[in-house]
Design a protein around this ligand. Structure first.
Ligand SMILES: O=C(O)CCC(=O)C(=O)O
Length: 439
């Protein structure tokens, strides 16, 4: 720290303590700039309104409150003020050069944009496989298998998803996230739930907060749920949002189809029947998430999404042209360049358990920048909630004993919502947790 700055701070502290001891002026801790204090003068009649005081405090790092009689209520109000959850309002925060402490990540986790090299990712062309060529299916599954053993991560092209649908899905994201904050809050995510609108995770965690807003909703592949996404938008946001709901319903349907096709390739690549995993996931309870990363004036201090492996089974992600996704490979972070019309696919923890550890759940994160906002669409394929997750017999033998116990997706989901913040060790921690529970 600059020594002059430190001295000034010390001076204020000293001054404050002297005044406090004289019982004439009180001081308290400034809510914005941690090392500073503000002073309240207790002998005069006029009094600043508290909100005005805090804004003064924010701008000047120093202010006074006058009027002794208001002290107890002011202190109470100040306590309430402090306890109010921090709000991640991107319209304001994208211009803020002094980003709130809660968004500043520890030094060893901060991004290092200069050092990060681009990764040459496995690109899987699905064209031949989807048109039914059996030799192509074999070849394609081989590339998928190699990618999953090495990185748990690959790109797919010629996937058959309509380009206009992808464009619409991005366009409607802008429309949603550009809404005024109170409007977005109509879909506010409730404590302990995995779906809804979340402005960062300010209500849930108090440190290492992600620099992003998200909107997550459930998708079910069951016939009687064919309007689930559309209904979600109508029921939470109102009839004006039917069009949005329809676009995301269609997008989820397309992701469901694509993920089941990839499941066929995963089955083949693991040497189990082509349809084993496809059948397992045919009735899935999946999650769709729209990620919106506003600009950040201090992108080197924070992260859009912290390092984590997805607890879900398979993720299909589409990022816009801005870039920001990074994966942890061979002990270093590597960036994934955006590729138009390609989807990024990664293995999640639940599939790692299903493959008895053969395929890796991929550690990744997202960085932000000070030039433009970034968007990504993530479809998380999950098994039906009460289905038992257990590897097929072909993947368990004397040389490959079971690594993870049986579990249901609903238990794993509950663990990540109520007991554990997803990171690189979620599956390990969950395994330990259920083993303890079963003792
Ligand atoms: O936005 C990205 O590139 C990554 C998103 C992600 O990791 C997530 O939503 O879990």
């Amino acid at each position: 720290m600059n020594p002059l700055f430190a001295n000034i701070q010390f001076f204020y502290l000293f001054f404050a303590v002297c005044l406090q001891r004289s019982k004439y002026v009180g001081f308290t801790h400034c809510p914005y700039k941690r090392p500073w204090f503000f002073f309240y003068h207790t002998s005069q009649k006029s009094c600043y309104k508290l909100s005005h005081l805090f804004s003064l405090c924010k701008r000047n790092r120093f202010c006074m409150i006058k009027n002794k009689s208001s002290m107890p209520s002011l202190q109470k109000e100040y306590m309430n003020y402090q306890q109010k959850p921090l709000v991640f309002d991107s319209l304001i925060l994208q211009h803020e050069t002094n980003i709130p402490q809660q968004f500043i990540w520890p030094d060893n986790e901060k991004p290092n944009s200069e050092k990060v090299k681009e990764l040459a990712v496995h690109v899987v062309d699905l064209g031949g496989f989807l048109s039914g060529q059996s030799c192509s299916a074999k070849e394609t599954s081989k590339v998928v298998g190699e990618a999953c053993k090495k990185h748990g991560f690959f790109l797919v092209t010629n996937h058959g998803v309509n380009v206009n649908l992808i464009e619409d899905a991005h366009r409607y994201m802008d429309l949603f996230f550009d809404l005024p904050f109170p409007e977005k809050q109509r879909a506010q995510r409730k404590a302990g739930e995995s779906c809804g609108y979340a402005s960062s995770f300010t209500g849930r965690f108090s440190s290492k907060l992600p620099w992003k807003e998200t909107l997550s909703f459930q998708f079910s592949s069951e016939n009687n749920s064919s309007n689930m996404v559309k209904d979600y938008f109508e029921n939470t946001m109102g009839k004006e949002y039917t069009r949005l709901g329809k676009v995301y319903q269609e997008y989820c349907n397309a992701m469901n189809t694509l993920s089941l096709q990839i499941m066929e390739l995963l089955g083949m690549s693991l040497g189990v029947s082509q349809f084993h995993f496809k059948e397992l996931f045919e009735d899935n309870d999946s999650i769709m998430r729209l990620n919106y990363y506003p600009r950040c004036q201090k992108p080197d201090l924070t992260l859009g999404t912290g390092p984590h492996c997805d607890p879900t089974s398979l993720t299909i992600l589409h990022q816009d042209s801005v870039g920001g996704l990074e994966v942890f490979i061979d002990n270093e972070w590597r960036s994934i360049a955006p590729k138009q019309n390609a989807f990024i696919v990664n293995i999640g923890d639940t599939f790692m358990a299903l493959s008895n550890g053969r395929y890796k759940s991929c550690l990744h994160r997202a960085v932000v920048n000070n030039v433009s906002h970034r968007k990504s669409l993530a479809f998380f394929l999950c098994p039906k909630k009460d289905k038992v997750v257990s590897p097929p017999d072909e993947l368990v033998d004397e040389n490959n004993p079971r690594i993870y116990p049986d579990f249901t997706w609903s238990t794993f989901l509950e663990f990540t919502q109520k007991h554990y913040r997803a990171d690189m060790n979620t599956l390990q921690a969950f395994t330990h947790w259920i083993q303890q529970k079963n003792i």
